[in-house]
Design a protein. Sequence first.
Length: 202
Amino acid sequence: MAEDTRLDHKIICGMIEPDSKVLDLGCGDGTLLHLLANEKRARVHGIEVNEKAIYKCVEKGVSVFHEDIEGGLKNYPSKSFDYVILNQSMQETKNVEFVINEALRVGTHVIVGFPNFAFLRARARIFFKGKVPITSSLPYQWYDTPNLHFLSLTDFIDFCRRKKLKILKKVYVGKGRSVRIFPNLFALNGIFLITRWDNAGK
């Protein structure tokens, strides 16, 4: 694996078993899928709405479809993938619960990565400046952000508990390192491997 590989991509790669079938929802330019194909021999597929990103996927040899995940995954049979990835895309969807349910329908496991809105600097900016936070994981102004939902790590854990989803693994990410102490305060991002309870042993 290259030294300049993104930390979140390294973490996600570590969560996926070799020779798995993987679907990435909002796959961007296909960098993560290309990594999984090379490092884990994964059979990879992506879904992306941005046409420029799709061209970059094609250049990398990544199979990608031009679709909007907001409409569901009706073209994909249930349990047709071992893993479905929602990395930095879940919080940009209008109906998070619907998208996650669809991901859990077509995949045995779902990997969710998102920015932590409760990060210390975000809290400080709201408290001291009274302004929407801007951090390295939330780099947008309030008027041009693609994020529709601003959640914390604790919010997502509570969501999984309420919806009876099992968290198999969780990694909290700071600037270039993992965070183990008070992650809801010090982590920029969270990456969770989840499944339904009836799939937990698979």
